[in-house]
Design a protein around this ligand. Structure first.
Ligand code: SF4
Length: 320
């Protein structure tokens, strides 16, 4: 018997979002602590943001990942576009983005992203994507085209990319770096010991090397990476991962609490306390990151504009 977790899919016969997880037993669900509090969506600016995104036919990671910060971010027009469709070729155990075979690339999407960013009036934008292992360049050319389109539509906007790992895509990383985003972000997501379970299609040292390579190609480009905690990692493993990121010259690290999108996803092993997050933040700074954002609701793109200003200021003061 197939156990279907997506009730809508079950009732309508539609394809579930994560077919590879559908037959798995439910994972335990821990009760959320009081410090995981989110603002409900609903302000007029939130609705305006949603309308601009829809009018341009764009996908956002805010919606696809069911991000807990959407009420706050969209009330400030901070939407993070997810390019190259809504279907991912990987099947990570933590992620709510639908999995399967994606549609062909939409060549007009970069222009629409540029227009939407201009319409939203963003000073800083984060562009991410699904994994596109089906494309020969992993989607690097589409990233480059999107960066160019944003520069054309709104030249003063600073651009942060949050890319896939471009595993086995020769020359892909170089193509994105050559398009000169202001911040290059690639998330390690978790400690190496949990990769097989949480991020089975990826390789820890490949991701680390990718970040290191960005700095080699363009030492002035800010690099950034993030992890989720609460997946069963130990504190020592987080310390080692921080050291690994510093060895790769990564400037900015984000640490947030993992939240389980559905009972078919990896379970939350622990809710890390705000005090523990503060401690991670302090230790990260002593290890030499220009900036560390570590709170339960920290996400890669949360407050990314303000953080970019802080990054610039931190670099200026470090070279005085
Ligand atoms: S934190 Fe990022 S993904 Fe979440 S709502 Fe804000 S911009 Fe979107």
């Amino acid at each position: 018997m197939v156990i279907v977790y997506d009730k809508t899919a079950e009732l309508t016969g539609a394809r579930p979002r994560h077919p590879e997880k559908a037959a798995r037993p439910d994972t335990p669900a821990l009760k959320k602590p009081e410090w995981i509090r989110v603002r409900m969506p609903g302000s007029p600016v939130y609705a305006e943001t949603r309308d601009i995104v829809k009018a341009h036919g764009l996908v956002t990671v805010c919606e696809e990942a069911r991000c807990p910060n959407i009420g706050e971010c969209w009330s400030q027009k901070h939407a993070t576009m997810m390019i190259m469709g809504d279907t991912c070729t990987r099947a990570c155990a933590f992620c709510n983005v639908a999995t399967g075979l994606p549609k062909p690339l939409d060549a007009d999407e970069p222009r629409r992203v540029g227009d939407a960013v201009a319409k939203l009036g963003l000073k800083h934008v984060v562009i991410t994507s699904v994994d596109r292992d089906d494309l020969s360049d992993g989607g690097a050319g589409h990233f480059a085209a999107t960066i160019a389109a944003i520069r054309h539509a709104t030249p003063s906007t600073t651009i942060e990319v949050l890319t896939p790992d471009f595993l086995r895509k020769e020359g892909a990383l170089e193509q994105v770096v050559a398009a000169r985003p202001d911040v290059f972000n690639h998330n390690l997501e978790t400690v190496p010991g949990l990769y097989l379970k949480i991020r089975p299609g990826a390789r820890y040292f490949h991701s680390l090397r990718l970040l290191q390579r960005v700095k080699e190609l363009d030492p002035a480009m800010f690099t950034k990476s993030g992890i989720m905690v609460g997946l069963g990692e130990t504190r020592d493993e987080v310390m080692q991962l921080m050291d690994d990121l510093r060895s790769a010259n990564v400037d900015f690290m984000t640490i947030g609490q993992y939240l389980q999108p559905t009972r078919k996803h990896a379970e939350v092993k622990a809710f890390v306390t705000p005090a523990e997050f503060e401690s991670y933040g302090r230790i990260g700074k002593t290890k030499g990151f220009l900036l560390v954002s570590a709170t339960p609701l920290t996400r890669s793109s949360h407050h990314a504009g303000d953080d970019f200003s802080r990054l610039q200021a931190a670099r200026r003061s470090s070279i005085r």
